[in-house]
Design a protein around this ligand. Structure first.
Ligand code: ZN
Length: 317
């Protein structure tokens, strides 16, 4: 008798049949005690997490493990805040890869979708825009961003009806979280001006870290990452959403290598991976990988095997 979960699992993008390519895969960050698999669509090649959590289940996972809860004053947040304020940060971005478009300049109105507590907004505000706004459904994070002086809308993108369209929408490590990424891109298209741009970053499921770390690759991030894009499958999603690519690059953040390494060495199913939140081992691994692997990372990014896809696409029509 066929397994009900397996028969229900069809491609989130095209409804095609799925083949399992990696199992089991489990949460290597928070200790969620559940097994998932990675499956690839026979029709469009898009890789995705199966079983795909229902919207309510996913919401419960976010509420329990993920959402910004106002954490402040810890060694981790203190270090992070100092890093973001420093002049060295922009130099680091140039070296390591600017995966959240923090140093990219633009003009007009920017919307940071999934802006969290507004760390990105604080940087976009100094990059030439006339207005920077955020969209964030977590009320604690939205309130924190507002307290920093930003306009933050707390509706879902589907329900969001801005007074004026935007010139730029940022999806920094957001699209892979969407239960329906094609629908998310259609909504982004709706809120942009004609010719407006979407700036996307997301993990690259064709990276060499995916191959090296296998099930321990930090960017499977099940069950929160619903889809796992490659350059080709991201291009297909953008074309379906009415976007044409303007720029494409790849980057391999040292932080992601450090996190994958820590997960591979210490993560156990059902147990939070405490070392991911310890600044010293994380920083040491970052410096080590950035320093020793510099030529490898540089080359891999240019050969299509970097860990992060970066894309600027323009609303066509
Ligand atoms: Zn498909």
């Amino acid at each position: 008798m066929p397994d009900a979960t397996a028969t229900a699992a069809v491609c989130v993008a095209c409804g095609g049949a799925l083949d399992t390519v990696l199992e089991p895969v489990f949460d290597t960050r928070f200790g969620i005690d559940a097994a998932f698999a990675i499956a690839r669509c026979r029709g469009c090649n898009l890789e995705q997490t199966v079983p795909r959590p229902a919207a309510e289940a996913l919401q419960a996972y976010y509420a329990a493990h993920y959402n910004f809860g106002g954490e402040s004053g810890t060694a981790y947040t203190g270090l992070r805040a100092r890093l973001f304020r420093s002049r060295a940060y922009r130099l680091w971005l140039a070296l390591d890869g600017d995966i959240s478009f923090h140093s990219r300049r633009g003009h007009g109105r920017l919307l940071d979708i999934g802006c969290n507590e507004g760390r990105g907004l604080a940087l976009y505000a100094h990059r030439g825009f006339s207005a920077v706004e955020g969209l964030e459904t977590n009320p604690v994070a939205a309130a924190t961003a507002r307290a920093r002086g930003f306009t933050v809308h707390d509706t879902s993108l589907a329900e969001f009806r801005p007074n004026l369209p935007y010139d730029v929408a940022v999806l920094s490590n957001v699209l892979e979280h969407a239960l329906d990424p094609n629908e998310l891109l259609r909504q982004v298209h709706r809120i942009l001006k004609p010719g407006g741009e979407v700036w996307i970053s997301c993990p690259n499921a064709a990276s060499w870290q995916r191959t090296l770390f296998g099930r321990w690759w930090i960017n499977w991030h099940v069950p929160f990452h619903i889809v796992h894009f490659t350059d080709a499958t991201l291009s297909r999603a953008l074309a379906a959403g009415g976007f044409e690519t303007v720029e494409r690059r790849q980057a391999t953040p040292a932080l992601w290598i450090a996190h994958s390494t820590i997960a591979a060495l210490t993560a156990r199913r059902g147990r939070p991976t405490a070392a991911l939140r310890k600044p010293l081992p994380v920083m040491a691994l970052m410096m080590l990988s950035r320093g020793l692997l510099f030529p490898v990372l540089w080359l891999a990014d240019r050969l299509g095997r970097g860990d992060c896809l970066l894309r600027v696409a323009r609303r066509a029509g």
